[in-house]
Design a protein around this ligand. Structure first.
Ligand SMILES: [Zn+2]
Length: 68
């Protein structure tokens, strides 16, 4: 029922878009996808849960608490 041993030794798909990975950008398919992943990683590192970040979102409209 399991054919795990039958899996071809092909490169794993890009974790970002699912396209075949390129050796140069392993495990991604392109520099763009590698960049996207890096961005996510950095973003995750910068944003500390529970700590307010005021300067992080420049240009973005500040969220106001609704005073209903
Ligand atoms: Zn990709």
């Amino acid at each position: 029922m399991t054919d795990t041993d039958n899996a071809p030794p092909a490169a794993k798909p890009c974790p970002i878009c699912g396209k075949p990975a390129v050796a140069r950008f392993k495990p991604f398919c392109s520099a763009r996808c590698a960049d996207i992943d890096l961005g996510r990683w950095l973003k995750g590192s910068y944003v500390i849960p529970g700590e307010p970040v005021d300067e992080a979102e420049e240009g973005a409209p500040q969220q106001r608490e609704r005073e209903d």
